[in-house]
Structure formats: C-alpha cells, structure tokens
Design a protein around this ligand. Structure first.
Ligand SMILES: Cc1ncc(COP(=O)(O)O)c(C=O)c1O
Length: 364
C-alpha cells in the first residue's frame, strides 16, 4: 500500500489545517505566549518537591482527580462533579467536539459559532472533528456584534458557542449584557464562556452560569503561572459533565500535574494572586508608555497582554525586536485588522523595561 493511499484515509478537513508550531529556541524575553512571566520562588519549588516526593509514581494517577476537583469546587464554587478536567483547556475543546457532535435537527453537521478574531483552537479543533465553524466578526471596538451573533445563532442553530472573555488576541472583556442576553435567548445551544484570562479582569460569570444549565465556564492554570503542567477545566451542569466524562481518557491528568495544580489552588494561591496584581499594574504602566508613540495605538486590555496597532510594517518591527532578544506575537493570517497589530504579553517589570528600551531604540 502506498503512502498516498494511507494519506487518503485521513479526514479531508485536515487539508485546510496546519499543525500548531512554536519557535524552537526561546528568546531571552518571551512576550509571545500569554504565560505568566514569574518563575516560582525557591520556597514554592520546595513545597512542590515535597509533595511530588510523596506521590506514588509507579501507580496510575487518580483517574477522577478527586482532590483537585474538590480544590476547584472550594475555590471557584459549585460541586466537584460539575468539573471536567483536561490537559489544558485545549483538551476540553476537543472533548466537547467529540461528545457533542450530534447535529441539531435540520442541520447536516454540528455547528460551532464564535466571535472573530478569537482563540484559534475553537476553529481548528472543531474543524478537525468535522464540525462547521462559523466566525462572526467583532465590531469596531472588538466587542460582540450582538445582532450578528443573534442572527448566526438563530440561523445556524449551533451546538456550541464560545465566548473568550477576556478575548484572545484582542484583550478586552465582551459586554457582559450582550453575552447574558445571547445565553438567555438561545437555550438550545451550549454557551461556553472561556475565562482563561478571567483572573486578570476581576470578572467572572460564575454566578450567572449557576442556574443556567446551558451555560458552561472554562478555566485554566496556564495563564497564571502553571502553563507547564497542562491543567484546565470546564464547569458544566452535572448531567452534561457525566456525558463529557465518557469521552475523557481515563488518566488524562498525570499524578504530578494533579498534585501541583491542587497546591496551586490552595497553599500557593496567595503567590499566584501576587503575580496577577503585579501583571495588572505593569499592564497599565506599559499601556501608558506605548500610547506616547504616535505610530502605536494600544487597545484597552483586561488580560495579561496588550494588543497594539502599528502604523508601520509589523514584520520589520517584530524582526527588530527579535534582534534585540524580544519575542512578541504577530498575525500573518486571519482578520485583516489584526495584521497591523502586535500582541505583547506582559512580562516581569525588568522584561517590560527592556521591551520599552528596545522599542524606543527602534521607533525613536
Ligand atoms: C482564550 C484561551 N482559551 C484557552 C487557551 C488554552 O489554554 P490551555 O493552556 O489551558 O490549553 C488559551 C491559550 O492561549 C486561550 O487564549
């Protein structure tokens, strides 16, 4: 059998997709991936080392991750059974696409709707599962276009809608009343509010979602200091979490990740809060600094990054920054407005200062 005939067995939707790639060698100042910039201090590392020392690595992990789900319920509300865990929230986007793939009556394929631009994995993962993705353009202020969203929801009858609020890559929270009205107007769809950057916004839909079984919340530890352990969750009505549990790989969260995540949500929570407070203060400081350049327009941000429009050539600016050891994110495909923007993750105060100096060197 030739390789061509084997390749013909792969889903046709994969022809439209490319693998997610990250640059091989990290630069000195990494402001391109929306991670927390703070490495753990020695005392926190020692706590983690002690906990890992006591774990039974020769056994399979706790398949239900009971301790971690209890810590989530204590910290964020609800019951442990409402939480489904994934190796990052990326895995949960895939679990939702696997489990909720029955098209609505009258539809040929399951449909997912999201505002555009937004987090790319909603589109990529849905497509890779054979879903029909529909991006609804954001308005001029990067807010939801409530009429266009309502039209899309009424017309296409999606199984799922994603709202990342704060949104990546635009940084803003969507108007709360627009999300709430859409959720209430379309109870036949599962509305997933992705609060990956919620800790930097001081906002949450936890209370709103509580008595709405068709509204789920997604969260992650990746943006607040633990991107390396890959732990995310979806909080969803127990009747639906029970269905999602059926498609979850039995041991998807390894023992070390479970133990570290539990610590992150309990003993280390004050340390995470400190990091968040510093990043928010640095975000405001950096935004003021960038606004002084005529060539730059900084959009309001509720997240741990800034989206900045540049009137010059974006690839050249990014290259000049990289020559100075600084990586930021640029957008070569997708929304045309984004192509004139760079996204800057907030670093440590020292990294932000280095970024500011490099920018002043380049832009004068
Ligand atoms: C809005 C949003 N949701 C989810 C994720 C994925 O997070 P995780 O690392 O938990 O898979 C990202 C990562 O960039 C994101 O921007």
């Amino acid at each position: 059998m030739s390789i061509e005939s084997l390749k013909a067995l792969f889903r046709p939707e994969l022809d439209e997709l490319s693998a997610y790639r990250v640059p091989p060698a990290p630069p000195a100042v990494k402001l391109d991936a929306n991670e927390s910039p703070f490495a753990l201090p020695p005392e926190a590392r020692a706590r983690i080392a002690a906990v890992l020392h006591a774990t039974e690595m020769h056994r399979y992990p706790d398949g239900r991750a009971s301790e971690l789900r209890e810590a989530l319920a204590r910290g964020l509300g609800g019951s442990p059974d409402e939480y489904v865990l994934g190796a990052g929230s990326d895995e949960l986007i895939a679990s939702l696409a696997t489990a909720m793939s029955q098209p609505r009556p009258g539809a040929e394929r399951p449909v997912v709707v999201f505002p555009d631009p937004t987090f790319v994995m909603y589109r990529i993962t849905s497509r890779a599962h054979g879903w029909e993705p529909l991006g609804v353009p954001l308005d001029g202020a990067w807010d939801l276009d409530a009429d266009a969203m309502a039209d899309a929801l009424g017309r296409t009858k999606p199984n799922l809608v994603y709202y990342a609020s704060p949104n990546n890559p635009t940084g803003n929270c969507f108007s709360r009343d627009k999300i709430e009205s859409l959720v209430d107007a379309f109870p036949g769809t599962l509305h997933v509010i992705d609060e990956a950057y919620g800790p930097y916004s001081g906002q949450s839909f936890a209370t709103f979602a509580e008595d709405r079984p068709h509204c789920a919340l997604m969260g992650t530890l990746s943006k607040v200091g633990f991107a390396g352990i890959r732990v995310g969750w979806v909080r969803i009505h127990e009747a639906l979490s029970a269905e999602l549990e059926k498609v979850r790989q039995p041991f998807n969260l390894n023992t070390a990740s479970q133990a570290i995540a539990t610590l992150a949500l309990t003993d280390l929570a004050p340390l995470l809060e400190e990091g968040i407070t510093t990043v928010v203060a640095e975000r405001e400081r950096l935004a003021t600094e960038l606004d002084r350049y005529e060539a730059l327009q900084c959009f309001p941000s509720d997240a741990n990054f800034l989206l900045v429009q540049y009137t010059g050539a974006v690839p050249e600016l990014c290259r000049a920054l990289l020559d100075r050891g600084i990586a930021v994110r640029q957008f070569s495909t997708g929304d045309s407005r984004l192509r004139s923007c760079i996204r800057i993750t907030i670093g440590t105060p020292e990294e932000n200062q280095r970024f500011g100096e490099a920018l002043s060197d380049i832009l004068g």
